[in-house]
Design a protein around this ligand. Structure first.
Ligand SMILES: CC(C)(COP(=O)(O)OP(=O)(O)OC[C@H]1O[C@@H](n2cnc3c(N)ncnc32)[C@H](O)[C@@H]1OP(=O)(O)O)[C@@H](O)C(=O)NCCC(=O)NCCS
Length: 182
């Protein structure tokens, strides 16, 4: 059984091994970026967003990664999609704001803080009409093949998996088919 705490109103996906994917620092940073975009609303206001980052008082969502200390290679593809889809749909403004924020954050690259995949992903999902509550399931879908391979590897070689999170949410809930949910 993995570990973790899911707070009310937060999205979470639980894997078979009990690991929970949740929270703004992980899978739903893209939602936090969307909220930031809505708050900025205008590309001229972008520069103010990094307030507090220099003094290490706050984290800016969509930047930084536990592993990548250079640009997240997936971010390049999402940036490209955010631009092309935005232009095609006559909503280039979101991409322009994101670019402006990225420019403003350029000095922090020397600390290893670059855009990650979530920075542009939220706007791409939004433009594609994907509802926010499907962002985390989408994130999980892409990882399912890797998780399955891990389970196979564990069966074959009995490798030790030691999840760091513990699920403490409700247990033994009955499955209600989607059509019967309120
Ligand atoms: C993903 C994350 C948890 C990795 O954190 P980490 O492993 O501590 O990253 P690093 O060790 O490279 O951080 C180096 C420094 O940059 C800072 N930093 C990292 N990401 C930052 C961010 N998004 N905004 C501001 N500062 C950041 C760290 O606080 C650390 O500061 P320090 O030198 O004072 O200790 C972190 O970058 C983060 O919370 N990002 C925002 C959430 C996000 O976009 N998540 C999606 C990830 S795909």
């Amino acid at each position: 059984m993995g570990q973790g705490v899911v707070h009310p109103g937060e999205q979470a996906v639980e894997r078979d091994d009990g690991l929970i994917v949740r929270g703004y620092l992980y899978g739903s940073a893209n939602q936090a970026v969307l909220r930031m975009l809505a708050e900025i609303g205008d590309k001229k206001k972008g520069p103010g967003v990094h307030k507090g980052v220099k003094a290490r008082e706050r984290l800016l969502m969509g930047f930084g990664h536990r592993v990548y200390k250079a640009e997240d290679p997936r971010a390049r593809h999402m940036r490209d999609r955010a631009r092309t889809i935005g232009e095609k749909m006559g909503q280039a403004k979101w991409y322009q704001i994101l670019r402006r924020v990225e420019e403003v954050m350029a000095p922090y690259r020397e600390r290893g803080i670059y855009v990650n995949v979530d920075f542009y992903a939220g706007s791409v999902y939004y433009l594609l009409g994907i509802p926010e509550d499907l962002f985390i399931p989408l994130f999980a879908l892409g990882r399912i093949p890797g998780w399955i391979v891990q389970v196979f590897e564990q069966w074959q070689d009995n490798i030790l998996l030691r999840p760091l999170l513990k699920y403490v949410g409700p247990m033994d809930l009955a499955y209600v088919p989607i059509g019967q949910r309120g």
